[in-house]
Design a protein around this ligand. Sequence first.
Ligand code: NAD
Length: 324
Amino acid sequence: PMASSPAKVEFRELGNTGLKLSCVGFGASPFGNVFGQVSDDDAIASVREAFRLGINYFDTSPYYGGTLSEKVLGKALKAVGVPRHEYIVSTKCGRYIDGFDFSADRVTRSIDESLARLQLDYVDILQCHDIEFGSLDEIVNETIPALQKLKEAGKIRFLGITGLPLEIFTYVLDRVPPGTVDVILSYCHYGINDSTLEDLLPYLKSKGVGIITASPLAMGLLTESGPPSWHPASPELKSACQAAAAYCKEKGKNISKLAMQYSLSNKDISSVLVGMNSVRQVEENVAAALDLETAGKDEETLSELEAILKPVKNQTWPSGIQQR
Ligand code: NAD
């Protein structure tokens, strides 16, 4: 008597965690209104549609919208009512709307605050958020040991680190015992305009860490409507991406679909977190993943885009405090 179920996105193993993540991950930063206002109804409908299409992984942070994203995600997960063991939630610690604090004391309080906002008993993954803004030695010697205690207490299942500069990952992973850091989250480095994470993948795999990437649309650069005003890219990078989007549109293609498929095509990456705030975006991003499985990448358009973006290839922006 049930309606036939829709095709669902593929699952991929996350490092040595035993977790199986949907290859399309739900980035909930838009629920903090960082890309424009999102109503609770739209948030709930997007999460419901995500589950329907097989998405089982949701990412947030106390930083996004100054705790709003966590609250709205918690409300949506509760409203949809999927059993807790059927989905995976990651949140973060150490970055807040009023600044950074990676001390053991702060991150230990932080998880309790996050769990209350999310209305959950545990999160699957807790990540130190944008560690290039803290002391990497403090992350190694104080923050990560504090997170290990949270693991023992059952408040988190796995721990990770996130940030923009790729060197932060090698700095930390070279200084902690193997198996301590379960997962890394890298953003804006595995997409059409910047693919610098690729060179680091063999190292990360050798360390046994799970690999999640975020911002396949380069935080709005690779969309028809363009990035938000706070976007840190140079004017040159913004206009090159705008030209690439316009080229796609003229050709009857969607740049966001091409960008999603580019990020999804490397199976060493367990999940690609894309920020979503509507049922339509969920459907489009899942369709991009399903089309990739059946038809492969649109190599012709991709190489045209790579030509347009060549002058800004792998251009990034400064992030964090200088350490050394
Ligand atoms: P993104 O590249 O995923 O772009 C998001 C923007 O694209 C939003 O405006 C969204 O509404 C829009 N969008 C989504 N699907 C679309 C579609 N099909 N067509 C047109 N527009 C579409 O950038 P992001 O949201 O910053 O990154 C994704 C997620 O990754 C975040 O929500 C967050 O959970 C995570 N993230 C983490 C870090 C970190 O830990 N330091 C950094 C960046 C992102």
